[in-house]
Design a protein around this ligand. Structure first.
Ligand SMILES: [Zn+2]
Length: 94
């Protein structure tokens, strides 16, 4: 059988932005401060909110060549995207 997926819940995602003048190059640390402030305001002022989480958006990539990380988070290699990464593939998997 192929993949099957059921909708089990709905959440509201809120995107925050920095001050308009800085918008094109806002530091990630500043975005975190803005997101945490928005989360506090939402919990204080919006109805039907149980809890607001600030979730980081992560860009994972190979530390040697920069290729997008396609393996599990705890994998020691990225499927051999480059020569250096290929050295981290255990011998039994080659
Ligand atoms: Zn690589």
């Amino acid at each position: 059988m192929g993949r099957k997926a059921d909708i089990v819940d709905y959440r509201v995602e809120v995107e925050v932005e920095g001050p308009p003048s800085l918008n094109f190059e806002v530091e990630t640390s500043h975005k975190k401060v803005v997101a945490e402030g928005a989360a506090e305001s939402i919990e204080r002022h919006v109805d039907n909110v149980l809890h607001v989480r600030v979730v980081p958006e992560i860009n994972a990539y190979c530390s040697y060549c920069g290729y997008r990380w396609g393996e599990d988070e705890d994998s020691p290699h990225n499927g051999g995207c480059c020569d250096e990464d290929a050295k981290n593939i255990p011998e039994e998997d080659q």
